[in-house]
Design a protein around this ligand. Structure first.
Ligand code: IPE
Ligand code: IPE
Ligand code: MG
Length: 246
């Protein structure tokens, strides 16, 4: 990944979203269309991740959250899951140094207990090594499910109530948000889903209460800077009301 010094026109737009989240969908269909095994689609999808992180950094977006693997994706055939794990290993090993050099802070959200020990170690190391960076906050959702995340937060809060540390009346939205894995991060302004599906598939349910959604037909391996720019332009033309009268 190379990050160019010159800033594109898009950064002049006032309405560049601070936080973009992406449901990277369509790898399997991309491969099938080409008569290739699904894993080739995932491989091509990794290239799209690289391009996207680079473009996002250049545009000056502060937070990028990518949905890489859902809790429900564990239900896929073992061979596909194992191919995806292999690609995850490869991505971290190959990209970490460049991401770090370019000021990217990496965070992982999701149930990492389900990953093999070596992957857990790679993920921890990536977070540890990049924790001082602030140019782009890259969060990768792996083995992530929003319902599991919210359930876990509820469990933590219930424990504090049971221990007499907090009163039920003290539970408010800020307290719940602070128990989610995204604690401290702004909510996504823009959520993009590729491949034409128009659903959230258990991604950032709490955090996307007022997020703007853009659905693009493009299959994730074909996603590039032009699709990102088009989504941002679309976002810039929207009127966000947050329930108020403007
Ligand atoms: C997204 O592509 C990648 C993951 C969910 C891991 P898919 O694998 O869901 O591709 P389609 O939706 O079957 O085309
Ligand atoms: C959502 O895509 C999960 C990721 C992109 C990682 P899926 O392909 O798993 O979602 P569904 O099954 O179409 O809802
Ligand atoms: Mg899919």
């Amino acid at each position: 990944m190379t990050v160019l010094a010159s800033q594109p026109n898009l950064s002049d737009l006032q309405a560049v979203p601070r936080h973009v989240a992406i449901i990277m969908d369509g790898n399997g269909r991309w491969a099938t269309l080409r008569g290739k095994p699904r894993t080739m689609g995932h491989r091509a999808g990794v290239e799209a991740v690289r391009r996207t992180v680079e473009a996002v950094a250049e545009i000056g977006i502060e937070y990028l959250t990518l949905y890489g693997f859902s809790t429900e994706n564990w239900k896929r055939p073992e061979s596909e899951v194992s191919d995806l794990m292999g690609l995850l290993r490869l991505f971290i090993k190959r990209e970490l140094a460049t991401l770090h050099k370019n000021g990217v802070r990496i965070r992982i959200i999701g149930d990492r207990a389900r990953f093999d020990d070596d992957i857990c170690e790679l993920l921890l190391n990536a977070e540890e090594r990049t924790k001082g960076n602030s140019r782009l906050n890259l969060t990768i959702a792996l083995s992530y499910g929003a319902r599991a995340e919210i359930t876990d937060a509820m469990r933590q809060i219930a424990r504090s109530v049971a221990a007499g540390e907090i009163r039920p009346e003290a539970i408010d939205e800020d307290m719940i948000a602070s128990h989610l894995e995204t604690a401290g991060m702004p909510d996504p302004d823009l959520l993009i889903r590729t491949s034409g599906e128009q659903r959230i598939s258990n991604f950032l349910l709490w955090q996307s209460a007022y997020t703007e959604f853009v659905f693009d037909q493009v299959l994730w391996p074909d996603f590039g800077r032009e699709h990102l720019e088009k989504a941002i332009e679309n976002f810039a033309g929207r009127e966000r009301r947050f329930g108020a009268v403007i």
